[in-house]
Design a binder for this molecule. Structure first.
Ligand code: PGA
Ligand code: ZN
Length: 398
């Protein structure tokens, strides 16, 4: 198997137009690169994103220090390591950094390299990334959660809930899930005067309340000839860390009673463990920890022990390496937690998460609306994977 010859970092741009890091890894035979995403509603327990806060030429947002870490310390540290030895690569990266939150090298420097190594190893093995990442050649195509109305810190409107999503239920194929979503989004568009979109491609209208957003989505589902709750459910990401006016357990229980809501993410802020437990034991819908767990195995263990949720949102850049991400997914699945692989609000044309989802048999993927190419690229990648697998393509079930 090929060895790592050199690693190069460069500054490129994400979907919000902000600088981000791309890492390219070279072997004797070729190279592969990966682009690191970036969040807006980031939790305090996430791995550290290194930006040049003092430098004013990119308003403090450039990533040249992280790039220098890739080009020097990391490139030297990984030279001549087998490109397919992901465990060793990630172990060296973690040791080179030596801090809990990857503050020395920056999680952006580390993750870019970790993902690029993975992609290069797949190329060397001449297999698609999802096959390379899979433990036993068994795959599942995820159910998409499409964020069709954007609020919170992802839009300049008055909705404080960050994401209003639709989830197609019980479809036999991914293409059918996307077809239903397409029709609903087009019908919702017809109902709106302001069709501007937010960071994740969903519409970002000013509405009277969160409930009005939910009601509009229900109307667009019905106009499309589907039955809310049966054909299409509603899922929310409250992103409670960002709320000016926190919501109560009773507020959510009332919403669940009134509307066909099947999943709620981050209903409470990241350290409000008791409220999480109270809501999870009071309902049988999906309760998803994003900022709560921060893709961190220690936090997930606490959440499993305390029954704080029944699903985890997985974001590679919350933890910083592919191996640690795979370990978190494994632990979650062994404890019957659903795993939802997620983009960030600042994302790119990189489709790594689509392959990761299929390889880990995660039941769901969250990657925005059917708009903006950084979102659509993940759906297109899944359509390609489904097509490529042909009769072997199996759709996840909830
Ligand atoms: P972020 O949003 O990428 O801005 O953190 C996504 C989410 O909260 O799920
Ligand atoms: Zn979230």
């Amino acid at each position: 198997m090929a060895k790592i010859k050199n690693i190069k970092g460069r500054q490129v741009f994400d979907s919000r137009g902000n600088p981000t890091l791309e890492a390219e890894v070279f072997s004797e035979n070729g190279s592969a690169f990966s682009i690191v995403p970036s969040g807006a509603s980031t939790g305090t327990h996430e791995a550290f994103e290194l930006r040049d806060k003092e430098k004013k030429d990119y308003l403090g947002k450039s990533v040249f220090a992280a790039i220098s870490n890739v080009n020097n310390l990391i490139s030297k540290g990984l030279k001549n390591i087998e490109v397919s030895d992901q465990t060793k690569i990630d172990k060296i990266l973690i040791e080179l950094d030596g801090t809990d939150q990857k503050k020395k090298l920056g999680a952006n420097a580390i993750l870019g390299v970790s993902m690029a190594c993975c992609k290069l190893a797949a190329i060397e093995k001449k297999v698609p990334l999802y096959k390379y990442l899979s433990k036993n050649n068994d795959y599942l195509i995820p159910i998409p959660l499409l964020n069709i109305i954007n609020g919170g810190v992802h839009a300049k409107n008055n909705l404080d809930i960050q994401e209003f999503m639709i989830r197609p239920e019980k479809t036999n194929s991914f293409s059918e899930a996307i077809r239903r979503s397409f029709i609903i989004i087009q019908n919702l568009k017809k109902m709106l005067i302001d069709t501007n979109v937010g960071d994740e491609g969903g519409f970002a209208p000013n509405l009277k309340s969160n409930e009005e957003a939910i009601q509009m989505i229900i109307e667009s589902i019905e106009k499309s000839g589907f039955e809310p709750g049966n054909d299409i459910s509603i899922c929310l990401d409250v992103a409670a860390n960002e709320l000016k006016h926190p919501k109560t357990v009773e507020y959510f229980l009332n919403l669940i009673k009134k509307y066909p809501i099947k999943s709620i993410e981050d209903p409470f802020s990241e350290d409000e463990w008791q409220s999480w437990n109270k809501l999870t034991k009071s309902t049988n819908i999906q309760i998803v920890g994003d900022d709560l767990f921060a893709t961190n195995i220690k936090r997930l263990k606490k959440g499993i022990d305390e029954h704080s949720a029944n699903a985890i949102l997985v974001k590679l850049n919350q933890i910083g390496t592919v191996s640690e991400t795979l370990q978190v997914i494994d632990l979650a699945q062994k404890n019957n937690f659903k795993t939802i692989i997620s983009h960030r609000s600042g994302d790119s044309e990189d489709t790594f998460i689509a392959d990761l989802c299929v390889a880990t048999k995660s039941s769901q993927i969250k990657t925005g609306s059917l708009a903006r190419s950084e979102r659509v690229s993940k759906y297109n990648r899944l359509l390609r994977i489904e097509d490529g697998l042909g009769k072997l393509a199996k759709m996840a079930k909830i």
